[in-house]
Write a protein that binds this ligand. Structure first.
Ligand code: SF4
Length: 442
């Protein structure tokens, strides 16, 4: 078969005022833009496990209307697989409809459709629910026999990362990317109420065998000799002994890399040293709130983050003293936050010496415990308003501030925290830490 794998890419923000403002502020929506420009690791993984008897092509569609106008929608395929985030899902559905009309079998997968499969099936021939690797071989077999079923897989099935295939990085036009992703784990022990990541697909913390991770880095090195790699994990350093063995091997590969973790890494200076030596440039940490009350009840299983918050500033300083930049993330609109939160976040960022900061608006993604709770409290503003799943739009009624206060507080904070002057000051402080580290390690 000739198979097209299509990732809906690009950034979407429904709040046009914020979008226009953000484009002029350094650092704002930067992380979202990076995410939007990453290739779809999910689709590349499916390509990697597709038998060689099939021809596979990989595409990204950033603006479907442009493709429609330019008549450049990939054509003449026996099967099309579409993957999309929630904010782009309406375009993914439109694309599915176009293929459906042309009698091209189309399958959709990803986190969003896994939780609204009955909605998605109206726009495609088959929906893959849960971890795609479990269903892809059956999808291929049935597509070949022209007998696709409407639904494959389930949220409850677990994929074993010991079986993980090598993603087909060779399909990429490498000149288009400034970073590539690999995945070393799925899951996160913290289970935050709003988290819309692999935690929705697995209760466990699953680690990929180290030799498979190294094979993926080696495959990237074949197409990109000095790569910047993003570990597409939700919380990387849960298994410290695994990393103590793996990082010296990564060091030999001479790469630079980025990942997402929690502040517990600050307790392990030897790990931080290994991370730095093996090319870690930055870690992104979900601090969520600089005050204790909003952290209470944020996690489903425990109050781990609430127990950590007094250590936040020391942990940031410790990590950055190893010349690893910390991108601290704050979520605005949490139930325990009052209108003062915007000033508190700004002051915390100034005091903590964070080198980078990311602010987002709490977003109720379908499938999350947050979505279910807000639904039961009648606080979802508009059901199925998926275009607002951008992390910069408000799709729920806040508890301790008005909608206007949340939106305008967020706008003002963004303007202040990402101003040229404040951003420059943050980055300069980190550069000076970097210089000190380099001097000490000469
Ligand atoms: S710590 Fe991060 S990855 Fe883990 S559950 Fe919370 S939001 Fe998700």
């Amino acid at each position: 078969m000739k198979i097209a794998l299509i990732a809906m890419s690009g950034i979407r923000v429904a709040d046009t005022e914020l979008l226009e403002m953000g484009l002029t502020l350094p650092g704002f929506v930067e992380r979202s833009k990076i995410i939007a420009s990453l290739p779809s690791l999910g689709l590349l993984t499916l390509a990697g496990m597709t038998p060689k008897s099939h021809q596979v092509d990989y595409y990204e569609i950033a603006d479907l209307q442009e493709n429609i106008k330019g008549n450049s929608i990939p054509q003449d395929y026996d099967l099309v697989a579409i993957s999309s985030y929630g904010a782009q899902i309406n375009e993914a559905y439109l694309l599915g409809d176009i293929y459906h009309k042309n009698n091209t079998p189309v399958v959709m997968g990803g986190l969003h459709v896994s939780f609204v499969p009955k909605e998605a099936i109206a726009h495609c021939d088959a929906v893959v629910i849960g971890e795609g690797e479990l269903s892809w071989p059956d999808v291929l077999k049935d597509a070949e026999n022209k007998s696709l079923k409407p639904f494959y897989g389930s949220i409850d099935e677990e994929y074993d990362l010991n079986d993980a295939p090598l993603p087909a990085f060779g399909l990429l036009d490498i000149d288009k990317y400034n970073r590539l992703t690999i995945q070393t784990s799925r899951g996160c022990p913290h289970q935050c109420e709003f988290c819309a990541s692999s935690t929705l697909l697995t209760d466990k913390y699953k680690q990929k065998p180290a030799e498979k991770v190294l094979a993926e880095i080696d495959a990237i090195l074949e197409i990109w000799p000095k790569p910047f790699i993003e570990l597409a994990d939700d919380n990387t350093f849960i298994n410290i002994s695994y990393w103590r063995e793996l990082l010296p091997e990564i060091k030999k590969r001479n790469i630079r890399w980025f990942t997402e973790t929690d502040i517990s890494i600050a307790k392990h200076p030897d790990l931080l040293e290994l991370m730095r030596e093996s090319g870690c440039a930055q870690v992104l940490i979900g601090l969520e709130s600089p005050l204790e009350p909003p952290l209470d009840g944020l996690e489903i299983r425990s109050n781990w983050k609430m127990k950590q918050w007094t250590k936040y500033k020391d942990a940031i300083r410790t990590i950055q003293s190893h010349a690893i930049s910390v991108n601290g993330c704050f979520v605005l609109g949490l139930d325990g936050q009052m209108p003062e939160i915007f000033d508190t976040v700004f002051d915390f960022v100034e005091d903590s010496d964070l080198s980078e900061v990311q602010i987002t608006i709490q977003t109720a993604f379908p499938g999350t415990p947050l979505y279910k709770r807000l639904q039961s409290e009648d606080r979802i503003i508009e059901e199925n308003a998926w275009h607002k799943l951008s992390l910069f739009d408000v799709n729920f009624i806040p508890k301790n501030m008005s909608l206007t206060e949340l939106r305008s507080g967020f706008h003002s904070l963004a303007e202040k925290i990402y101003s040229e002057e404040v951003t420059q000051k943050r980055r300069e402080k980190f550069k000076s830490q970097l210089r000190q580290y380099i001097k000490k390690h000469k």
